[in-house]
Design a protein around this ligand. Structure first.
Ligand SMILES: Cc1cc2nc3c(=O)[nH]c(=O)nc-3n(C[C@H](O)[C@H](O)[C@H](O)COP(=O)(O)OP(=O)(O)OC[C@H]3O[C@@H](n4cnc5c(N)ncnc54)[C@H](O)[C@@H]3O)c2cc1C
Length: 457
């Protein structure tokens, strides 16, 4: 008899968890209350990257006149005047639909039982699934909780919640505003500042800390601050909004220093939070808070004898690729193919202009750990491929242990940094030294060869 595994949620944690468990011989049921693909496909990674790609095409048009005969600036301006937010949104939805259909097909092939319903625990072996029509019980041997997170909208923004957008529903904006205030200079805030400014919106970003992307390497903050300022984005760093109100459709924020910021639309990009009230996690003996489930083993993803978790709900990382790896680990450990997750090897990517990425330890983090390090930095200004793309902002920096020569991590701000960072992730996973990575032949001309050039210095 095959084991019965129930997966709650079908985001980038839930659907790979289900597919892995089915592949390893389990009888799998997935309970999803909304859409296949979760936040990632429907209101996160994929929609935001589709919008960023559209915005980038308009940036290219804006700069095309340097390659054209005189008079072309007017033609570019005409194209910009015909920008259709509706068509940009339609394309974004079409991409999501294609990917969602793909998951559906994979589920059918793997004979996964998909139930569209709200799941809650009755006890440690029983789930209640509730639709508008009926309520039924499902017994399971193992459960994998993949319920993700939702937008966090703290005071004072919560009191005008109905009038502002958050990091999940910003994609439903009916039209582009003339002015947008983004509260929060984290990853989502910076990505939206980039794309909205490319689409001609006048953007301001308010960030409490004294730099954008405060959880990432300082060098990356500097690059993105310079780029956003060049685009005309107003950065209000080290500023905190203490009041929010709506007056005649205008949204007004009051900062701690008494100044007021007025705009047509506010995007609260402040963070994410978990709420397991609906899941009745306590009926399965589980504890949680806003950051997620407690007592998740960060290597095996196990919480109790028969309950595992993966994705945002674990509180380990708020990234889709981390969710997917955790899911494979949870399903593997349940179905007799033990494996472990390593949170230190999760790469970060920020899809701004230039893209930013990091993996492993940055310079400051390594120094905070008391490690003796050596660093290898290369500026994109000297990289041929970046120059051919008119995109030579940024740098690549590799960090290594001074004594063992082992690569500890890297940070980069460069074209396609989200792709290039994988070379370093592989090096970290394989435990390579600087000397070994130096022997790798990178194709020329590429952005990636800047890693080799950095190490050769
Ligand atoms: C704007 C934005 C951009 C982002 N961009 C990126 C990016 O570029 N790269 C990246 O790596 N990450 C990105 N993220 C983060 C990424 O989307 C999340 O880390 C990822 O979706 C988490 O996956 P998950 O499966 O844990 O949860 P989710 O994707 O949140 O899925 C959870 C699913 O569980 C369902 N569910 C919840 N409770 C129940 C219940 N009781 N019963 C049944 N179903 C339930 C929900 O309906 C949902 O479909 C972005 C997020 C946002 C908001």
């Amino acid at each position: 008899m095959s084991i019965k595994v129930v997966v709650i949620g079908a985001g980038p944690a839930g659907y790979p968890a289900a597919l892995t468990a089915a592949k390893l011989g389990a009888q799998v049921t997935v309970v999803e209350k909304a859409h296949l693909g979760g936040v990632c496909l429907n209101s996160g990674c994929i929609p935001s990257k589709s919008l960023l790609d559209a915005a980038h095409r308009f940036d290219v048009i804006k700069n095309i006149s340097s390659l054209c005969e005189e008079g072309s600036a007017d033609a570019a301006q005409t194209v910009l005047q015909h920008l259709s937010w509706k068509k940009i949104q339609t394309r974004q939805q079409a991409v999501t639909n294609k990917l969602t259909l793909g998951i559906n097909a994979l589920f059918r092939q793997a004979k996964i039982n998909l139930i569209t319903a709200i799941a809650s625990f009755k006890d440690t072996n029983t789930l209640i699934v509730k639709t508008e029509q009926e309520e039924k019980e499902i017994c399971f041997d193992y459960a994998i909780i993949c319920t993700g997170s939702t937008a966090f909208v703290p005071p004072p923004f919560d009191k005008i919640k109905e009038h502002i957008y958050d990091n999940s529903n910003i994609f439903t904006l009916p039209q582009l505003p003339q002015t947008l205030t983004i509260v929060g200079g984290g990853v989502i805030g910076c990505e939206f500042a980039t794309l909205m400014s490319s689409l001609g919106v006048k953007v301001s970003v308010i960030e409490m800390q004294n730099r954008l992307l405060p959880t990432l390497d300082e060098g990356l903050s500097r690059v993105i601050e310079t780029n956003l300022r060049k685009r005309g984005v107003t950065l209000l760093l080290g500023k905190k909004a203490i009041d929010a109100r709506v007056e005649n459709e205008r949204k007004i924020l009051t900062l701690e220093d008494g100044t007021h910021i007025e705009s047509e639309v506010i995007l609260a990009a402040i963070g994410r939070s978990c709420d397991l009230t609906e899941l009745k996690a306590e009926n399965a003996g589980l504890q949680w808070d806003r950051k997620g489930l407690k007592n998740v083993n960060p290597q095996t993803m196990q919480i109790t004898e028969n309950i595992y978790a993966a994705g945002d709900v674990t509180g380990l990382s708020l990234l889709a690729h981390a969710a997917t790896r955790q899911a494979a680990v949870a399903a593997g450990n349940i179905c007799g193919k033990p494996t472990t997750y390593n949170n230190d090897l999760v790469p970060n990517a920020v899809y701004t202009s230039p893209e930013l990425a990091s993996v492993g330890l940055g310079k400051q983090q390594a120094q905070e750990k008391g490690l003796e390090i050596k660093t290898y930095k290369y500026f994109m200004l000297a990289n041929g491929r970046s120059l051919t793309m008119d995109a030579a902002e940024g740098f690549v920096e590799v960090i290594a242990d001074k004594n063992s020569d082992k690569i500890l991590g890297a940070v980069m701000a460069a074209p396609n940094a989200s792709e290039i960072i994988s070379s370093i992730t592989v090096a970290l996973q394989a435990g390579l030294t600087v000397e070994q990575l130096k022997n790798v032949i990178f194709p020329h001309p590429t952005v990636c060869e800047s890693i080799g050039d950095a190490l050769a210095k």
